[in-house]
Design a binder for this molecule. Structure first.
Ligand code: MF3
Ligand code: CO
Length: 252
């Protein structure tokens, strides 16, 4: 069941998103050679807790950290570890914030130092697919229209979209209805209407979209071990259009 949010609730979700933006502002300049996932995780948790909020992911189904750090062939749900970043890596950081009972969820993929053009394009494609889909949204759209727009854009760039994981409704729970797949058919799925709040999160692969989970039970990697990128924002739909709750020009 989809829980539509009131404008008062969307106000709180905006505050939650502001804290999440602060996390990215702190992490962005830390992205360079030698920094470890654990250091990024600790910095993120500090910002969240000092804001009086909680990290949504910590303890979620037993997840052990405050953020996800997924490198190169890791698609999502990488557990921050002692492995340092290297020049040429791409790193995806996924953050969830719970503030006043409401979650926000966002992810960015960033280059570590100088990365090759193909990796740059892979990073840009996840973000651009999100932007293209959102910019096309019209009154009366359904989730399937969003899904198809993301898939079409990604495939037009020569990449693929992951099927096994999807975006989701978000609010009092981190994951709510509806599911927001990154592939599909226009005209299908729930109506996009005022009060709908969803996390839209394209996951894009350089090679095949097939993924598997490592033996730690969390880290999702591409089966062919080619690179993947991930971009996510929490978006609230209103009478007037939509609010991209977690977008922040400074840390795109
Ligand atoms: N953005 C991720 C998702 O929606 C956040 C979940 S990570 C978890 O799946 F570790 F908390 F599971
Ligand atoms: Co999410």
């Amino acid at each position: 069941m989809i829980e539509l949010k009131s404008s008062r609730e969307i106000q709180i979700i905006k505050e939650s998103g502001k804290i999440l933006q602060e996390v990215f502002k702190t992490l962005r300049p830390m992205i360079r050679e030698k920094v470890t996932g654990i250091e990024l995780d600790q910095a993120a948790e500090k910002v969240i807790r000092e804001s009086g909020a909680q990290p949504s992911f910590k303890g979620y189904r037993g997840y052990p950290a405050s953020i996800c750090v997924s490198l190169n062939e890791e698609v999502v749900h990488g557990i921050p570890g002692t492995q340092p970043l290297f020049n040429g890596d791409i790193v995806s950081i996924d953050v969830g914030v719970k503030w006043n009972g409401f979650h926000t969820d966002a992810a960015r993929t960033w280059a570590v130092g100088a990365v090759d053009d193909r990796r740059k394009k892979l990073i840009a494609t996840a973000k651009d697919s999100f932007d293209v889909a959102l910019s096309k949204i019209k009154v009366g759209w359904r989730i399937g229209d969003l899904s198809e727009a993301i898939q079409k854009y990604v495939e037009s760039q020569g990449f693929q979209v992951v099927r096994d994981y999807a975006g989701h409704g978000i609010g009092r729970e981190l994951h709510e209805d509806p599911q927001v797949p990154n592939y599909g058919k226009a005209g299908r799925g729930a109506k996009i209407e005022p009060g709908l709040v969803i996390a839209i999160e394209p996951m894009v692969t350089e090679g095949s979209y097939a993924v598997e989970t490592l033996s730690n039970g969390w880290t999702v990697v591409t089966k062919d071990r080619k690179c993947a990128s991930h971009y996510e924002n929490t978006v609230a739909f209103t009478e007037g259009g939509f609010i991209n709750i977690t977008k922040d020009e400074a840390t795109e």
